[in-house]
Write a protein that binds this ligand. Structure first.
Ligand code: F6R
Length: 240
């Protein structure tokens, strides 16, 4: 894994945006894997600014998001579809029909999992996957204990994840307890991975990722076995 150390969240966002813009410009029809959560918001803001100032075009880019809450439709302001439209897609020249996020509001969720996996394969797989990391080492919503062989699947969210996500909801009761997520093996099929880590709250996870053993009890540890991972981490996450 290639580790890029930066000062703070702002520098992480700037560096990550430059990394992504370079790929968008050099790879026609880039298949870009995206994440939600607080970590990539600054990066998305930088992509928007660059699109406005330098006219980087996303017209031919196809995106696949990692995950979505079960039970929320795309119109719900807490859904990841709403988040992505709001934080990125509405502000760049991407075709909405080329932006894919697993659906959490369909009746047959098992078939949705299969279809999402097939969709990614049909497009030739993800070229560059953006990831954040949970304090417990989750990637996507693959919580500790998830098999490294998983494809897109339905998960019960860990209590710590529900608590961490509660900041986006009016009350704890509203936080969904299940999600549909790309699996570990789906993520590992990406040709390249960019993992963003910022803040004190990620310090333990950072340490375990770099120095801990590779184990399903710490999902992100699998990234040590991927041939092309870049981590951009800030001082707060790196300090011991
Ligand atoms: C989001 C996702 C999650 C987050 C992780 C970190 O699509 O898949 O794995 O990346 O929970 O979230 P933040 O960035 O809010 O700390």
């Amino acid at each position: 894994m290639n580790l890029i150390k930066v000062k703070d969240y702002a520098e992480m966002s700037q560096k990550a945006a430059e990394f992504i813009i370079d790929k968008v410009r050099s790879t026609p029809g880039l298949k870009l894997g995206l994440a939600t959560g607080g970590t990539p918001v600054g990066t998305y803001q930088k992509l928007i600014e660059d699109h406005q100032n330098n006219k980087t075009s996303y017209h031919d880019v196809v995106t696949f998001n990692l995950d979505e809450y079960i039970g929320l439709s795309g119109e719900n302001k807490n859904s990841y579809r709403f988040f992505m439209n709001n934080k990125l897609f509405n502000h760049i020249d991407i075709e909405k029909s080329n932006t894919f996020i697993p659906r959490g509001d369909v009746e047959d969720i098992i078939s949705e999992c299969r279809k999402y996996e097939e969709l990614i394969s049909k497009h030739g797989g993800v070229d560059l996957q953006i990831l954040g990391i949970g304090g417990n080492g989750h990637i996507g919503f693959n919580e500790p204990g998830t098999s490294f062989d998983t494809k897109t699947h339905v998960v019960n969210l860990a209590d710590s994840t529900i608590q961490a996500n509660a900041r986006f909801f009016n009350s704890m009761e509203e936080v969904p307890t299940q999600a549909i997520t790309m699996g570990i093996s789906s993520i590992m099929k990406s040709k390249e991975i960019l993992l963003l880590i910022s803040g004190e709250g990620k310090r333990e996870a950072m340490k375990q990722l770099l120095h801990g053993k590779i184990s399903e009890e710490f999902p992100a540890s699998v990234l040590n076995t991927h041939p092309a991972v870049t981590i951009i981490a800030d001082q707060a996450a790196l300090a011991d």
